[in-house]
Design a protein around this ligand. Structure first.
Ligand code: ASP
Length: 313
């Protein structure tokens, strides 16, 4: 359908039993559905897929329910260090930032890299210099760090582990996920964006798949837009987002088939844990995950908004 728009958002993949506790399920539902409707406003008025992706991703970053922007997980030093990337399917232009601190909306800094630098990815100190150059404000630590994240880091330290935000544990507890958005606009343009605080207790400047084009994010108008969530190292090694686009390109699969084949490949090759959202060039929406659950929502071909939380294995 050429004159329809599609939009998908995700809030991370993992064992989500904990969100059923303390009324969190309703909070996620409200958040996902509200953000989809705000994205719809942009797309139904003929707005660009890239704008819808940036806007919806920034709303997800602002919501401390998720592991991105405010509410990001903490690294081994108890700090928030974030990664994000955004890609335009029309011309494969892309912008990414890695290991940044104090930036309220990493997805918007990634967009600035796309628009105003001759590079694709800026990391650490250099990315922060670029932000300063673009007059982007640095926010204090207390804006980002939530009580739940401090507790989560303490648990990870006690267990001597690095953990995925939604990973299962014996005690149900508050754990929230990385975010991503994919969109197709009325003009048939695709875009994708992903943003994260990474994994809990991460070390030594670790950067995952999220800001790496082709691993945690990819968009090409001739195939699809993809955003991933899960153990970044596994998505990096399988170049998963681009693998899904290649499945569409070379095998003629649709979004659903390619998402399923991509996750099958992730599991077969590296026993990978995570999920993806995909919109293909026809505007078909698909989600697939190897974890027991994933938080996501979608509007397919200008239709009604749907959401899915904690789906059974
Ligand atoms: N993929 C992210 C990372 O490895 C984590 C996540 O999706 O929750 O940094």
């Amino acid at each position: 359908m050429s004159n329809s728009y599609s939009l998908m958002v995700h809030g991370g993949a993992g064992a989500l039993q904990h969100i059923k506790h303390e009324g969190n399920e309703a909070k996620f539902e409200r958040s996902i559905c509200g953000i989809l409707e705000q994205g719809r406003n942009i797309l139904e008025q003929g707005g660009a897929a890239l704008d819808a992706v940036e806007y919806c991703a920034s709303l997800l970053e602002d919501d401390p329910l998720y592991n991105a922007g405010r509410g990001s997980v903490l690294n081994e030093y108890g700090e928030v260090e974030m990664d994000a990337a955004i890609m335009r399917g029309l011309d494969l232009s892309a912008g990414a930032v890695a290991s940044i601190k104090g930036i309220k909306n990493p997805i918007s800094l990634a967009r600035q890299v796309l628009e105003h630098s001759e590079h694709v990815m800026l990391a650490g100190h250099g990315a922060m210099k670029f932000a300063e150059f673009q007059h982007i404000k640095v926010w204090p630590d207390h804006y980002f760090i939530t009580e739940a994240r401090v507790k989560q880091l303490e648990e990870a330290r006690e267990a001597g582990q690095m953990i995925l935000d939604h990973e299962d544990s014996e005690e149900p507890q508050e754990k929230f996920g990385t975010i991503g958005v994919v969109a197709r606009d009325l003009h048939g343009n695709l875009a994708a964006g992903t943003s994260t605080g990474g994994i809990v207790n991460k070390r030594w400047g670790r950067v995952g798949d999220t800001p790496v084009i082709g691993a945690g994010v990819f968009a090409d108008n001739t195939t699809c837009a993809v955003s991933a969530t899960g153990y970044g190292e596994q998505f990096l090694r399988t170049v998963l987002a681009k693998t899904i686009a290649d499945l569409i390109d070379f095998q003629g699969l649709n979004a659903q088939e390619a998402a399923a084949a991509g996750i099958k490949y992730l599991v077969a090759k590296v026993n990978g844990l995570g999920g993806v959202i995909v919109i293909d060039r026809q505007g078909q929406c698909a989600a697939q995950h190897s974890t027991s659950g994933m938080i996501y929502g979608w509007i397919e071909q200008s239709g009604v908004a749907h959401h899915q939380l904690a789906s059974p294995v």
